[in-house]
Design a protein around this ligand. Sequence first.
Ligand code: GUN
Length: 291
Amino acid sequence: MNKIPNIINGQKIAQNIISSTATKVAKFHKANNVRPGLVVILVGDNPASAVYVARKEDVARKIGFSFTLKQLPNSASQGDVVRCIQGYNAQQDCHGILVQLPLPNHINAMHVLSSVAPNKDVDGLHPHNFGRMAMGLPALYPCTALAIMDCINSCLPDVKGLNVAIVGKSNLVGKPLAIMLSNMDATVALCHKDTQNIKQYTQNAQIVVVAIGVPGHITRDFLQEGATVIDVGITIVDDVATGDVLFDDVASKVKNITPVPGGVGPITVARLMANTFDAMVNNWTGNNKQD
Ligand code: GUN
């Protein structure tokens, strides 16, 4: 049937979010003489993280944010990182704090993420925001899961009653996405490395989301005809950014699919900007979504 799939244009979706955020930033700055302040904390020297952070800085500066990159050495202790965060928690011109993951092995990521003030938690990973999201309440939601929802909604505006298989149950992607989709009345199978016969879930799903970091793992036999496939994986293989889905193998079977690169990634950055703007406005108006 579908020989040529709809390739979801992540760059275009991201650009729309960035443009609308830029317009809001300019308007807010004119009215209040305040710009969104985003701080990214980068611990250690992971080369991929350095690239991702540079992209965030580039977009943030282009749309009129004040951006601070706080780099800590690989040898920084958990206490050092927490103290650094506490400093920004108290700083009025900082509206959003993102701790770039992964952190070095000697640092407990959950402990660190929990030390970010919930109203500055633009990554949406603090248990406060995560819990509110689970209850379907307003909060700062995780950027990658929001970006995946943008991809899905660009071709399937209503997920009610659809079967979704998510492969990968990380706190960063799989778990928050499963919560968001179930809040929207989709039926979600959250699969992981111990799931027996993953294909029985993916073949039953109209939407398959893959976030495992195993290049080319998902082949056409995992999918039903006409599926929508969102590929969140990005691994550098022979200098090429490679997704978890074997694109050329599945292309003639699926209806909608994200490319890698140019799919979920750029939208995640755009969603971070939108979250930071929202965090600033919520603080400004005293509505910090804590109530
Ligand atoms: N590393 C890869 N993706 C992300 C993300 O969405 N947030 C953070 N904090 N780190 C990441």
